[in-house]
Design a protein around this ligand. Structure first.
Ligand code: SF4
Length: 679
């Protein structure tokens, strides 16, 4: 039996025979090898309910759970309900949630946790290439002579992808450049590590572009044949008023040497093929779209785009973030990269769904971060969270906890997470490996996930829950699927003629290795587009004790730990500091500090660990929930979002640091979640 690994977006194939795990192609990392182990530990095995959050949960039957769901959903307006689903469920399940919400409950209030990690790439791809599809594949990496890893740490988060890159370097002499304020495990294989100041990527990439232009190193022939808008872009980059892009000024802003910027430009131009891989360092920012576009502009400027030339490769964090993009599970989106606000797109989906989407299209887009405010305003009364843990992972946690406390909360989960502890109704869920469906990985490979292990009794897949619920809500005819395979066929039908036209689901990639192999892009002119990028210089810390807080992902574990903590020791939460910075504040390694965000008036505390992190920055892991700390990292992360992708910024928060003189001297406000009820 086969399955796509349910952890990261690398999407390795796994074969399971009598509980023995074998890789289908590349050797798996530890997470993949261990993926069966957490499935049999500490599972939720019965629906739990409490009408009032001050009460304890009681076990209920599924019949009662469905009655509660029906009664709630039938009694509320489309504006009053919200679905927050996950990139860790199967494509068919995402599709059904989307169909039920937008098509039949007539609400546009649906979003997913990939809003927090890869909401930006589809936006920048759309602006540059005319479609949100990822143009690249792992084959592009194999043809690269230079791989630029921008703001992510594949050695920890995408180990098999990292191994692939390390092997390419070893066997084929591919050069590797890492751009990151933090000297992570990934930098060990780097020929060059550019330790940029946080949020200065736009200045850096534009300074590189300017340097290329003034040295006449741009690829004029490529620009002429395959791109548009070059003049406007070049005029802006070379404008006299853009002094920030001069080497000297850019070097100061970015915190790197002038020679490094020039050398990077030279290496980039010199390479026959450049693949840039990007993830959270680009995406989780208030200027995420600008950062992504400035990187893509560099590919266009130098002709490093196309088969054997290179590409900008968004690496998805979660296993099925790409499947979610394909079925349009974000607010405002429809399957196969269609928009709810485009009449033709709506009609095409309506013909398959047999319903009207006109009412739904009257609702504005409302992403999860914005929905939290709407809950607190009393506009949203019902929230259904599926397979994700917003009580730890969303920014501005104090506000999130208040919202989770106020709303009627349904949580579909396999484990008693910090979010489930806020719930009114918990639905025990099957996990990938226990249910049937498909997933799509970072490089557009669609894989069938089979049932490789028996689920705990009394758990249900989202497919099973939604089919039953739709019937009870009176939509049985439109949800009369006998299996997820039938749902897959409907999704496949909607992909016909689109950039994501599914070929099959036996680990098959849709589209060519480089998606636009004929160099015709789905824009009006069929050309790729330069986008003028706004100058952005981040605010600077002004006080000695002021730092830029960057959230990081703990090595080898997975997100908020609900699975990986079942199979391995979790390192304690620490704050990573540059030794020089610590010395300046009189802080020794192992001492406890208090990290305050004055804008939120919230604090966390951590023991200090020295690390090679850019001076002026402090790194904290977002993974630890309330089992490991009373103060998870996102308590001090503000809920600022990029205006285009609406992705929150986890990489730039100005905080203040104070040494705590003695153990237990922490006198600040400890923010304990409001509803941490014990069962
Ligand atoms: S690299 Fe990612 S997909 Fe591959 S085995 Fe490891 S966790 Fe799973």
């Amino acid at each position: 039996m086969k399955i796509q690994c349910p952890y990261c977006g690398t999407g390795c194939g796994i074969e399971v025979e009598k509980n023995r795990i074998k890789p289908i192609k590349d050797a798996l990392c530890k997470r993949g090898m261990d993926f069966l182990k957490p499935l049999s530990k500490d599972r939720l095995i019965t629906p739990l309910y409490r009408p009032n959050k001050s009460e304890d949960f009681i076990s209920i039957s599924w019949e009662t759970a469905f009655r509660i769901l029906k009664q709630k959903l039938s009694g509320l307006t489309p504006e009053e309900i919200y679905f927050y689903i996950s990139a860790q469920i199967l494509t068919e399940e995402m599709y059904l949630f989307n169909k039920l919400a937008k098509g039949f409950l007539k609400t546009n209030n649906i979003d997913a946790n990939s809003r927090l990690c890869v909401a930006t790439p589809p936006v920048v791809y759309q602006k540059a290439f005319g479609s949100p599809a990822t143009p690249c594949s792992y084959e592009c990496l194999e043809n690269a002579s230079l791989i630029v890893i921008v703001g992510h740490n594949p050695a920890s988060n995408h180990p098999v992808l990292f191994r692939k890159i390390a092997n390419l370097k070893r066997k084929k002499g591919v050069k590797v450049i890492v751009i990151d304020p933090y000297k992570s495990e990934t930098t060990k294989i780097a020929d060059m590590h550019i330790q940029l100041n946080p949020a200065t990527d736009v200045v850096f990439f534009n300074a590189v572009a300017r340097n290329i232009l003034i040295r006449n190193l741009e690829d004029r022939e490529f620009i002429e044949r395959y791109t548009e808008n070059f003049e406007e872009f070049a005029k802006d980059i070379l404008s006299l008023s853009r002094e920030e892009y001069h080497l000297k000024n850019a070097s100061k802003i970015c915190g790197v040497k002038e020679e490094e910027i020039e050398k990077f430009a030279t290496e980039w131009v010199k390479a026959k093929s450049v693949v840039s891989t990007f993830a959270m360092g680009i995406n989780q920012s208030v200027i995420a779209t600008q950062k992504g576009l400035s990187l893509i502009n560099l590919h266009l400027l130098t002709g490093k785009l196309g088969k054997g030339r290179g590409c900008p490769f968004s690496i998805t964090g979660q296993p099925n973030a790409m499947g979610g993009r394909e079925v349009g599970y974000f607010t405002g989106k429809l399957p196969s990269f269609r928009s709810l606000y485009n009449e033709r797109d709506r009609k095409e989906v309506e013909a398959v769904w047999n319903t009207s989407l006109d009412e739904t299209a009257k609702m504005k887009e409302l992403t999860i971060v914005e929905a939290i405010d709407e809950i607190l305003r009393g506009k949203i009364k019902f929230l259904w969270v599926v397979g994700t843990n917003p009580a730890v992972s969303l920014p501005n946690l104090e506000k999130v906890h208040k919202a989770l406390e106020e709303v009627f909360l349904v949580v579909s989960e396999a484990y008693l997470t910090d979010t489930a502890k806020f719930a009114n109704l918990i639905l025990p869920a099957k996990l990938v490996g226990e249910k049937e469906g498909t997933m799509t990985n970072s490089e557009r490979v669609v894989s069938a996930c089979e049932v490789v292990v028996s689920p705990p009794p009394n758990t249900k897949s989202e497919f099973e829950v939604l089919i039953e619920l739709a019937q009870r809500l009176g939509f049985g005819k439109e949800f009369s699927y006998s299996s997820p395979t039938e749902v897959f066929e409907e999704i496949k039908l909607l992909t016909k003629g689109r950039e994501c036209e599914y070929r099959g689901r036996n680990f098959e990639r849709y589209g060519d290795a480089f998606l636009y192999s004929d160099m015709k892009f789905p824009t009006e002119s069929s050309k790729a587009k330069f986008n003028k990028v706004s100058l952005y210089i981040p605010p600077k810390p002004v006080k000695r004790e002021e730092f830029v807080l960057i959230t990081l992902h703990l090595i080898k574990v997975w997100n908020t730990l609900s699975k990986t903590e079942k199979v391995q020791e979790i390192p304690p939460p620490v704050a990573l500091m540059n030794e020089e910075d610590a010395k300046m504040l009189g802080i020794k390694e192992g001492e406890e500090i208090e990290i305050t965000n004055p804008n939120l008036n919230t604090k966390i505390r951590r023991k200090v660990k020295f690390a090679d992190i850019k001076r002026g920055c402090i790194g904290v892991y977002f993974n630890h929930g309330y089992k490991y700390t009373e103060t998870p990292a996102n308590l001090v992360v503000e809920d600022k979002i990029d205006p285009y992708s609406k992705q929150p910024d986890y990489k730039f928060n100005l905080v203040e640091i104070k040494r705590l003189k003695k153990k237990n001297e922490f006198l600040g406000k400890l923010l304990v979640p409001l509803a941490r009820k014990q069962l």
